[in-house]
Design a protein. Structure first.
Length: 562
C-alpha cells in the first residue's frame, strides 16, 4: 500500500500470507491449514492492537484541541469532526469485515464450545460464497460477496484519499493510498501472464480453503487500521504541538520472543506509548535496564524451568513491572504492566558413537547434547536402574553406560544459570553381547572345516573369535580368555579321554596344540580327537572378567586323523 508505513512484524505477517497462499497451489496439507489458522490469530491480534493505539492517538489529538480551545485558540477546532470521521469510517469497515468472518465461520462449521473451525479445508462452499452461483457474471467477477467486498475496500481507500485531498494545506505533499483490492493486471506481486488476465475476485478466491480467507479478512482489517493510523497522523501534523496528557499515556512491551528455552534469558522492551522528550518515565521491576534516551527500558529475566509441569514440554512464566510517569501537575502516574511467555524444555540430541542398543556389562559410549542451550549446557546424569554411568573427564557431553539389567533408564539434566533442569528421561533396551565362536586352524593358518582329516604329525591352533559387529562396536569389551584347552582321544569305539591340556589365557591370539603326543602317537587313520575349551570368560573395558555360558557342543571340536 503506497504511503503506508508497516511495522516489521506486519511486513513479516504479510509475507507469510503470500508464501502460504503460494503453497496452497502445491499442496493443501494439514500443516498449511494450521499455519493459516495461526496466521489468522496473529493478524487478529495486530488489528486489535492497532485499534487500541489509534483510539489513544485520536484521544490525544482531541485532548490537545480541547486544551487549545480552553485557552481561547480555536484554530484547530476543525480537526474534531475529521478525527471522528476517520475513526468512525474505519470502525464501520472493520464491523463489515467481522460480519464476513461470521459467515465464513458458518461455512467452516465453527465449534461454539472450542472455537475450532472443524471444516477449515472447505473450498467449494467457500468459493460459492465469494463468487456466487454464476462466476461468469459481471465480466468474470461473479455475483457473490467478493464483488461487494472489492467495492467496499477500494471505496474506503477512495474516501480516505479524498479526505486528505480536501484538507491539504498549500504546498503540502499529498498522502495517497493504493487500492487494497488491487486488480491482478496492476499488482506487481502477480507475475504469471495467465493470472494477470483474471479478475481480482476469481484470482483471490479460486480453490482456496475457508481458513485461508478467514486469515485474509483479518489482513484486510489491519490494512484498514493502517490507513486509519496514517489519517490520524496526517491530521496530527496540522497541530503546532500536541501536549500529551497523562490520560493518553499507556504502557506496552515488545518481547524478543514468545517462547524461551528453560535456562536461557527472556528479554522484553517496555515502553510508554506517545512518549516524548518531555516525559521521563521511571521503570520499576527486576532485571530492568533503562535504554539510552530514558523513554524506554529493557527487562531481562531467566526462563525458569520450574514452571514446566511434570510430563509436559512447556510452561508459562509470568512477570510484572511498573512504569511511573510524571504528570503536568507535579504528580506521578503509575502504569502497571503484566506479561507472560512460554518456557520450553530444551530438546536434546542423543547419539551413540557406534551402536543404538546397549550391551549388558559393556562400556556403551553415548553423547548427549542440547544444541538450543549452546555453551550454557552443563549436563548431569543419573540412572534409576541397575548399572553404572562413567563420565568422560575431557568431554562433559560424553558418558559410558554399563547396564546390569535388561532395561536402563537414563535421566538427563542441565545445571544452567543456577537451575538444575531435567531435560529428558531416556529408556534403553539392554541385550546380552553375542556369543563368540570357537575355531581350530591347521599349521598353515587355514580354518578347519570339520570334515577334512588332519595329520597327527602336525599341530593345530585354537582361538575364540568375537562376533564381528560386536567387536567393531566395542573392541575393549570383545576380549576373551579361557581356563584351559583340552585334547581328548577316542580310539575306535572307546569313549574319549583326556590326553593333554594347556592353559587358554591367550585364547584370542591362539593356543597351539601338538597332536603327536602321549597316546596320540599310537593313533591310526580314522581315529577321532576332540578339542575342548573350558572356563571361557569375556573381559570388558574395565578389565572385569564375566563368565560366558557357552554350551559344551559349541566349545568342542571333533577332528578326524589321517
Amino acid at each position: 500500500m503506497a504511503g503506508s508505513k508497516l511495522s516489521a512484524r506486519q511486513k513479516m505477517i504479510n509475507m507469510m500470507y503470500l508464501v502460504l497462499t503460494a503453497m496452497l497451489a502445491l499442496n493443501v496439507s494439514s500443516e498449511i491449514l494450521l499455519a493459516f489458522d495461526t496466521l489468522r490469530g496473529s493478524l487478529a491480534v495486530s488489528a486489535a492492537a492497532s485499534a487500541d493505539n489509534n483510539e489513544d492517538l485520536a484521544k490525544a489529538i482531541l485532548t490537545s484541541v480541547q486544551n487549545e480551545e480552553k485557552g481561547g485558540n480555536t484554530d484547530h477546532s476543525y480537526l474534531r469532526p475529521l478525527i471522528n470521521q476517520a475513526t468512525s469510517e474505519s470502525s464501520k469497515m472493520v464491523v463489515y469485515l467481522s460480519q464476513i468472518t461470521e459467515d465464513l465461520e458458518v461455512i467452516g462449521k465453527k465449534d461454539e464450545e472450542t472455537g475450532e473451525i472443524v471444516r477449515n479445508d472447505e473450498t467449494m462452499k467457500n468459493y460459492r460464497y465469494w463468487l456466487g452461483d454464476d462466476d461468469e457474471a459481471n465480466q468474470g467477477r461473479g455475483n457473490g460477496k467478493a464483488l461487494e467486498l472489492r467495492e467496499k475496500l477500494n471505496g474506503f481507500v477512495a474516501w480516505a484519499n479524498q479526505l486528505i485531498q480536501d484538507n491539504l494545506d498549500e504546498g503540502e505533499t499529498p498522502l495517497v493510498f493504493n487500492d487494497i483490492a488491487l486488480e491482478p493486471a496492476d499488482d506487481p506481486n502477480v507475475t504469471k501472464p495467465e493470472a494477470k488476465e483474471k479478475t481480482w475476485e476469481y484470482l483471490t478466491f479460486h480453490e482456496k480453503p475457508v481458513v485461508a480467507d478467514m486469515a485474509m479478512v483479518e489482513k484486510y482489517k489491519t490494512d484498514i487500521r493502517t490507513i486509519e493510523t496514517r489519517l490520524l497522523n496526517f491530521f496530527k501534523g496540522k497541530l503546532d504541538d500536541i501536549n500529551i496528557t497523562v490520560d493518553s499515556i499507556f504502557a506496552f512491551e515488545a518481547p524478543s520472543a514468545g517462547v524461551v528455552t528453560a535456562g536461557m534469558k527472556y528479554e522484553t522492551r517496555i515502553l510508554v506509548g506517545m512518549a516524548s522528550n518531555s516525559v521521563k518515565p521511571e521503570f520499576v521491576g527486576s532485571g530492568i535496564t533503562t535504554d539510552p534516551g530514558g523513554s524506554t527500558a529493557t527487562m531481562s529475566m531467566m526462563a525458569n524451568g520450574s514452571v514446566i509441569p511434570a510430563n509436559a514440554t512447556e510452561g508459562i512464566q509470568r512477570y510484572r513491572a511498573t512504569i511511573k510517569v510524571p504528570t503536568r501537575d507535579g504528580g506521578v502516574m503509575e502504569l502497571p504492566l503484566e506479561g507472560e511467555f512460554k518456557v520450553r524444555k530444551p530438546e536434546i540430541q542423543v547419539r551413540s558413537k557406534e551402536l543404538q542398543l546397549l550391551y549388558k556389562g559393556c562400556g556403551n559410549t553415548v553423547v548427549v547434547d542440547a544444541p538450543t542451550l549452546g555453551e550454557l549446557y552443563n549436563p548431569d546424569f543419573s540412572q534409576s536402574t541397575g548399572g553404572q554411568i562413567v563420565r568422560n573427564p575431557s568431554n562433559r557431553k560424553e558418558i559410558t553406560i554399563v547396564p546390569g539389567q535388561r532395561r536402563f533408564k537414563l535421566s538427563v539434566y542441565t545445571n544452567t544459570n543456577g537451575q538444575k533442569i531435567k531435560l529428558d528421561e531416556l529408556n534403553y533396551k539392554v541385550i546380552n553381547p553375542p556369543k563368540p565362536r570357537i575355531s581350530v586352524f591347521d599349521s598353515r593358518g587355514r580354518e578347519y572345516n570339520g570334515i577334512s582329516p588332519i595329520s597327527k604329525r602336525t599341530s593345530v591352533t585354537v582361538k575364540v573369535i568375537p562376533d564381528a559387529e560386536f567387536k567393531a562396536s566395542l573392541p575393549r569389551d570383545a576380549r576373551y580368555k579361557a581356563a584351559k584347552v583340552r585334547i581328548l582321544y577316542s580310539p575306535g569305539m572307546i569313549a574319549p579321554t583326556e590326553v593333554a591340556s594347556v592353559s587358554g589365557a591367550q585364547i584370542m591370539n591362539g593356543v597351539n596344540l601338538k597332536l603327536n603326543q602321549g597316546r596320540l602317537r599310537n593313533a591310526v587313520p580314522g581315529d577321532k580327537i576332540y578339542v575342548q575349551v573350558e572356563g571361557i570368560k569375556r573381559v570388558n573395558f574395565q578389565n572385569k572378567s564375566i563368565e560366558e555360558n557357552i554350551p559344551l557342543p559349541d566349545r568342542t571340536f571333533a577332528i578326524v586323523l589321517r
